[in-house]
Design a protein around this ligand. Structure first.
Ligand SMILES: Nc1ncnc2c1ncn2[C@@H]1O[C@H](COP(=O)(O)OP(=O)(O)O)[C@@H](O)[C@H]1O
Ligand SMILES: [Mg+2]
Length: 211
């Protein structure tokens, strides 16, 4: 059985990641593929417990290093118990945020150096990378307004400043420019249906599935 493909969705708050994650999982399932739709932080029972620590409470609850270690602890549990076993039995995994969010939020946003974060990636995940990373890019203010319009209480990261979110955005853009073979840059200001279409086209072109 061929190994499944691993697709990650990245971008700031309110960019449309979760909406597009569900839509993409549905079109891939229509093609007869088995798909695990998952998210970070979280995605496995152990990692969801760590997620609670990360997304609730005051913005200053954790310093940047502690936050990075919690994120990678959650990621390893998720990867080892769910992502890797799913890929190795030939199913696809679509993950709403993954390691690029750590580089963007704790690295560019909280201004931790990137190299220790990359070392933590190697320590917890190893050499494997996503087969495709969809970056949903849009101006910070539009994203935060969309996120605020969503149902439910604002989460911890949404309460950080626009300056922080702008660093996060620029970080994602820099990473996408540095790794164009892995990243597909998607203009998330487009109407929802147009974004959905662009996602399907990117996945079809990059991963060779007829969508
Ligand atoms: N292209 C779009 N145009 C307008 N609104 C959108 C678009 N994509 C998503 N939304 C809406 O914006 C809000 C945030 O979308 P969501 O998928 O939760 O973003 P994220 O997971 O990236 O934070 C939701 O209410 C969603 O319906
Ligand atoms: Mg989301």
């Amino acid at each position: 059985m061929a190994r499944g493909k691993f697709i990650t969705l990245e971008g700031g708050e309110g960019a449309g990641k979760s909406t597009q994650c569900t839509a993409l999982a549905a079109v891939l399932r229509d093609q007869g593929l088995e798909v695990l739709e998952t998210r970070e932080p979280g995605g496995s029972p152990g990692a969801e417990e760590i997620r609670e620590l990360l997304v609730h409470g005051s913005a200053g609850r954790w310093d940047a290093q502690t936050e990075a270690l919690l994120v990678f602890a959650a990621r390893r549990d998720h990867f080892v118990t769910r992502i890797e076993p799913t890929l190795s039995r030939g199913a696809w995994v679509i993950c709403d945020r993954f390691a690029d969010s750590t580089y963007a939020y704790q690295g560019y946003g909280r201004e931790l150096p990137l190299e220790p974060l990359r070392a933590l990636y190697r320590f917890t995940i190893g050499e494997r990378q996503p087969d495709l990373t969809l970056l949903f890019d849009l101006p910070v203010e539009i994203g935060l307004a969309r996120a605020a319009g969503r149902r439910g209480a604002a989460e911890r990261f949404e309460s950080l400043t626009s300056v922080f979110h702008e660093r996060v955005r620029q970080g994602f853009l820099a990473m996408a420019a540095a790794e164009p073979q892995r990243f597909a840059h998607i203009d998330a200001t487009q109407p929802l249906e147009d974004v959905t279409l662009e996602v399907r086209r990117s996945v079809a072109a990059r991963l060779g599935v007829p969508l």
